[in-house]
Design a protein around this ligand. Structure first.
Ligand code: ARG
Length: 587
């Protein structure tokens, strides 16, 4: 695995040594290098350094300038404005850099891996048993999946945890009902589709609810079932397991539709921490982190108060002895820190649960489970809105079923693919339709920063123009088609060739893939990668308009441009894969 030093890193090093040669006390200072419209890069860091050294910034810049070694990488430097340095990269260096990336046999395009990776436990894709999945679950799954890919790509050791809602008082009613009507789930699991499984659960839920609301004696029996469940009564557990299994059939069918790999052993729901709950409470109470208040075990916070000005506690154990969501999450932290040996706990959860996580994390910090070596972060995501800008609901005011949305996206995308299809079979159209439709939904989610709300607008999502996955997928397919058309002529880097402006811009952007991925991974910000890829496709389009590829002037130029096409395609493909989106060869 050959990692390649990016051009910006080389320039950075050149500038840093020029800086410390000029101003010894500036050793190690950041020259603040940015891509720029005026030159390839601009360094703005001298301004701040001059201020600190009480020097004239332009004079200091001129001194640094005279120390910069031009040559293989830096072709030209100039002082500009109040004390900026504008840097131009040699064409040869650009081509050679891309050639080294192209030659990386691991397919990583020369992107380095962390020398000392840590372990991140990521909590994402956590639907609830016996319930429909909705758009909130979509966001957690899509953002979480991208974060997993990004982190793994940087070399991080990633452990997935799907903290499904599979425990709690609502199961008493369901279990009691199924026990009294045992034939209602009488089937061989293998023969049931996801859709059927969900409709079975829905039917059971409605029937149980009806009985619960109308029959006092059933209600009493149902409440007793909750106690049995928490006490671990084997028969009760067996019935509960049926609900979990039925739900998993449904979950897996949705994840498959989402083209997402979820492994059964990574599904460790709320129930998975049941054995730890009592001890979690004991530890918190003994250390004084939690105190008894009106019978409940509570943690209080200085700065968290309700509308009435009274402190709002985190309730770890209710006064009736029952444990809730907080106890489970605190126990999960202990498991992830002490058993899974995580350094980072990442939670991809709706922003509306931010207060819960703030309190849970602070409690764990006070208990010493989280500290400088182990941190917890909520990657909080915003709400999915309908076209009207209000939280996404059906006309009847119900939450929209995720499967319906996905099916509609696939249908719309198939129409787009069919319209453009030239040499695709029916089978290919439906396959591509799914890849484009699911890609569209994922990309729309991933291209806005996670904490923001976004509008679920299928018309916009499957549009061929603008910042959509379809645009990126078409760019990729077009490149692949050129490479096929080239036939015998193979892509080959020709570092001796001078580059056109559009070629340089494209090349420099390809080089920036590594730093984009590093930034997107460390900030848990897939939208930065999405923005990069969109820019890449746009730069490619400009290149393609301005620079004939197969009809270039010389055979060497044809080869070099094919090479630029191919390295762009690989970057697009790899980048989209990190976002969990397919790039079909033909569209
Ligand atoms: N099941 C929850 C929901 O649907 C999300 C779980 C989030 N993860 C956690 N560790 N609390 O809202």
């Amino acid at each position: 695995m050959a990692s390649v030093t990016s051009l910006s890193d080389s320039v950075q090093q050149h500038l840093a040594s020029a800086l410390s040669a000029t101003l010894p006390e500036a050793a190690g200072a950041d020259p603040l290098l940015r891509r720029s419209d005026r030159a390839d890069f601009q360094a703005n860091g001298i301004l701040a350094l001059a201020k600190k050294a009480k020097a004239n910034p332009r004079e200091l810049a001129t001194q640094v300038f005279s120390q910069v070694v031009t040559g293989d990488v830096i072709k030209d430097v100039e002082v500009s404005g109040p004390g900026f340095l504008n840097i131009t990269i040699a064409d040869r260096a650009i081509t050679e850099n891309l050639a080294a990336r192209y030659a990386d046999e691991s397919g990583r395009l020369g992107v380095p891996q962390a020398a000392h990776p840590g372990t991140t436990v990521i909590d994402y894709a956590q639907p609830n048993v016996a319930k429909e999945m909705h758009v909130g679950h979509l966001r957690s799954a899509v953002i979480g999946d991208a974060a997993v890919h990004l982190l793994e790509f940087t070399g991080e050791n990633v452990i997935r945890r799907h903290h499904i809602g599979d425990w709690g008082t609502q199961f008493g009613m369901l279990i009691q009902y199924l026990d009294e009507h045992p034939h209602e789930l009488d089937h061989k699991a293998a023969q049931v589709t996801g859709e059927e499984a969900m409709s079975n659960l829905d039917r059971l839920y409605k029937a149980a609810r009806k009985l619960f609301d109308s029959d006092e004696e059933f209600k009493t029996r149902a409440r007793r079932r909750v106690v049995d469940l928490q006490a671990g009564d084997p028969r009760t557990l067996a019935t509960w397991q049926k609900f979990v299994d039925e739900s998993k059939i449904y979950f897996f069918s949705v994840f498959e539709k989402l083209d997402m790999e979820i492994q059964d052993p990574d599904i460790v729901g709320e129930s998975g921490y049941n054995d730890m709950l009592a001890e979690t409470c004991r530890l918190l109470e003994e250390s004084g982190v939690a105190v008894r208040s009106e019978g409940a075990l509570c943690v209080f916070f200085e700065d968290i108060k309700g509308p009435d000005g009274n402190p709002v506690p985190l309730i770890v154990q209710k006064s009736d002895g029952g444990y809730g969501y907080a106890a489970t999450d605190l126990s999960a932290i202990r498991d992830r820190v002490f058993n899974l040996k995580a350094n980072t706990l990442l939670y991809v959860v709706d922003a509306r649960q931010a207060l819960h996580f703030r309190m849970v994390f602070e409690t764990a910090r006070r208990a010493g489970w989280l500290n400088e070596d182990v941190t917890a972060v909520q990657l909080a995501f915003g709400t999915v809105l309908g076209k009207d800008g209000k939280p996404f609901k059906t006309r009847e005011g119900e939450t929209v079923r995720l499967v319906d949305l996905l099916d509609e996206a696939i249908e719309r995308a198939s129409a787009v693919v069919r319209e453009k299809a030239q040499d695709l079979s029916e089978q290919e159209i439906s396959e591509r339709g799914a890849q484009v439709g699911i890609g569209a939904v994922k990309y729309a989610d991933l291209s806005t920063s996670a904490n923001r709300d976004y509008k679920f607008d299928l018309d916009q999502m499957v549009s061929l123009n603008g910042d959509t996955s379809v645009y990126l997928q078409y760019a990729y397919a077009r490149i692949r088609s050129i490479l096929r058309k080239a036939g015998e002529v193979r892509p080959a880097a020709r570092p001796e060739l001078e580059l056109a402006e559009a070629e340089r811009a494209l090349g420099l952007h390809v080089d920036a893939f590594a730093e984009t991925v590093a930034e997107a991974a460390s900030e848990y910000a897939p939208h930065k990668l999405a923005a990069y890829l969109y820019q890449l496709a746009s730069l490619y389009t400009t290149f393609y308009d301005k620079c004939p590829v197969l009809k270039a002037e010389t055979p060497e130029q044809v080869e070099n441009r094919l090479f630029l096409c191919d390295v762009t395609a690989r970057t697009l493909h790899q980048g989209m894969a990190l976002l969990g989106i397919r790039t079909p060869e033909k569209l």
